[in-house]
Design a protein around this ligand. Structure first.
Ligand code: RIB
Length: 311
């Protein structure tokens, strides 16, 4: 790390993903045949950390693994990817597990059993407060307890550190916490939850109103991640829609995490918002062409190459 590079710090979940591929996502009460089973390293927090590390920027993980062998493997995978794991602590019991179904069209459905992620408590954060306060940017998601997210937002606010919040899985957020968020990054499902049944068609017909609806909730800026339809970037000064890069998707798991990790990396490397969003769209596009969560994160050279051939 050069002395001018403050690390990105991720406060979030570490999971083991148990993934089945099947022709489609089954409906309630239905049993269908699948094709294949794979185990991957995942967790929205850990995925975002690996996304940053693969792009070559210093990153540290603040999260917890269980006392089982899966936890030790997940920690080793993070370390191998280049993520700082000094703050990753063991909590007695099971590691976080995600059961994931990926359809032939690359869509996914995920059920998370949080396990050790519930032990990412405010007290644990306080043990690593100096590390958080040394960050150039902090990223979090909602697979850890809400009171921890609230505490983190307070720490970031006091230390004037930009906080990027990925509101997944969607759940009610205190207004004070939202007002402390620099970047709020829902996907369409989450956007509909927060903006009270918001109509995603507004993106095409009235992006200004959609952007205003987000910003009224309190964050300084928002990015609506719309998968193959691209992203809507909304700050108090501008609203932009950026198309996605078209690729043959095999697995969309963690595409949003690839986006967040790359967007944060772009911003901290002083790209402007639009340039960082373009960089992040390229990272997300590459990630959906590969299976798994952390295993799908692209390197800087791969992202730069895709941007070049797209130009
Ligand atoms: O965003 C994808 C991630 O969601 C998966 O890796 C899974 O662990 C869940 O946290």
């Amino acid at each position: 790390m050069s002395s001018t590079q403050k690390p990105i710090v991720i406060v979030g979940s570490i999971n083991i993903d148990l993934v089945v591929t099947s022709p489609r996502i089954p409906v309630a009460g239905e049993t269908i045949w699948g094709h294949e089973f794979q185990q991957h390293f995942g967790g929205k927090g850990a995925n975002q950390a690996v996304a940053v590390a693969r792009l070559g920027y210093p990153v540290e993980m603040i999260g917890r693994i269980g006392s089982d062998s899966l936890g030790a493997q997940a920690r080793a995978a993070l370390q191998e990817a280049g993520v700082g794991v000094e703050a990753v602590e063991i909590a007695e019991g099971s590691s976080g597990i995600a059961s994931i179904t990926v359809s032939e069209s690359g869509q996914n459905a995920i059920v998370v059993v949080p396990g050790a992620n519930t032990e990412v408590t405010p007290e644990y954060l306080d043990r690593h407060r100096k590390r958080i306060e040394s960050a150039g940017m902090v990223l979090t998601q909602l697979e850890i307890p809400m009171r921890t997210v609230e505490h983190l937002a307070e720490i970031c606010d006091r230390s004037r550190i930009p906080l990027m919040l990925d509101p997944a899985p969607a759940q009610p957020l205190p207004a004070t916490t939202l007002s402390r968020v620099a970047w709020f990054t829902p996907n369409e499902t989450e956007a509909a939850f927060y903006a009270d049944g918001i109509d995603p068609a507004l993106v095409a017909s009235d992006p200004q109103s959609l952007a205003k609806a987000f910003l009224r909730m309190g964050p300084k800026a928002a990015v609506l991640k719309m998968g193959a339809r691209g992203v809507l970037l909304a700050s108090h000064t501008k609203v932009e829609i950026l198309p996605a890069i078209s690729v043959a998707a095999v697995d969309s798991t963690a595409a949003g995490d690839a986006f967040n990790g790359a967007f944060a990396t772009g911003l901290i490397l002083a790209m402007d918002e639009l340039e960082a969003a373009r960089f992040a769209c390229a990272a997300a596009a590459i990630s959906v062409t590969r299976r798994g969560a952390q295993s799908s994160m692209p390197s800087r050279a791969e992202v730069d190459h895709l941007l070049k051939v797209q130009a």
